[in-house]
Design a protein around this ligand. Structure first.
Ligand SMILES: [Zn+2]
Length: 240
């Protein structure tokens, strides 16, 4: 009997032999927060983890798949239904299910953004932290990091004299950025300030857009470093 699961080595869904299957329900404490009083009230939930240890039929790689879901009322029939469906199909079809698989090598955004390895060490580490926060859905932290990275980039280009608005203007005047990029950086800094001082929690869509924009601006230098070298290889036009 096989089930279809994502294989980390084949990098897509493959038929896999199931070597072991354990379903493990446990009670967990949750809380709800009152919108007006901000008071937290505890309640109990049943958290169900289904562990399936599999081996890919195509490449032989082993994986552990954990499908989890929480139910509010302890309901034996529902638990049996979930147990049975995973037994049969390898998964329980519900929007409430979250799934993780181990190992998950090479899934990090860091390996996709190799240009960043050329950043100065302190900025490279900050960039890795931003990606890590983004991947963990810690969007407010990611945005604060993006703001700091922008700040450092600007200081490196035009020095640290004056207010932020003055420094950004100098970036434009010295042709480090275009007028469109000037607007973009202004918006990113405003978003970062709102997250720091105005209780703003940005969403995934906003942080993703900011991350891509800042990457375009900062990475350009590193991505085009070779161009001067390559330019020498292009034959010159004959003079008339
Ligand atoms: Zn495989």
């Amino acid at each position: 009997m096989h089930i279809w699961k994502n294989c980390w080595q084949c990098k897509h869904e493959t038929p896999q032999n199931r070597l072991s299957y354990v379903i493990h329900p446990k009670p967990v404490e949750g809380f709800s927060k009152d919108k007006n009083t901000h008071k937290a009230t505890q309640f109990w939930l049943l958290h169900i983890d289904a562990y399936q240890f599999t081996q890919c039929q195509k490449c032989g790689a082993p994986s552990l798949h954990i499908d989890s879901l929480q139910i509010k009322n302890i309901n034996e029939n529902l638990i049996n239904e979930i147990r049975h469906e995973i037994e049969e199909n390898g998964k329980y079809n519900s929007e409430a299910v979250s799934s993780i698989s181990y190992p998950n090598f090479g899934k990090s955004l860091i390996s996709e953004k190799k240009w960043s390895y050329n950043l100065p060490p302190e900025d490279m580490l900050l960039f890795f932290e931003i990606l890590s926060a983004y991947e963990k859905e810690l969007y407010t932290l990611a945005l604060s990091g993006i703001r700091t990275l922008v700040d450092r980039y600007i200081v490196r280009k035009v020095g640290d004299a004056g207010t932020f608005a003055q420094k950004l203007k100098k970036m434009l005047e010295n042709n480090h950025i275009s007028s469109k990029q000037y607007e973009v950086l202004n918006t990113i800094i405003d978003g970062g300030n709102a997250a720091s001082h105005r209780g703003f929690n940005p969403g995934q869509q906003m942080v993703k857009a900011f991350l891509e924009s800042i990457e375009d601006i900062i990475s350009l230098y590193f991505k085009t470093e070779q161009i001067d070298e390559l330019k020498k290889q292009i034959p010159q036009r004959p003079r008339k």
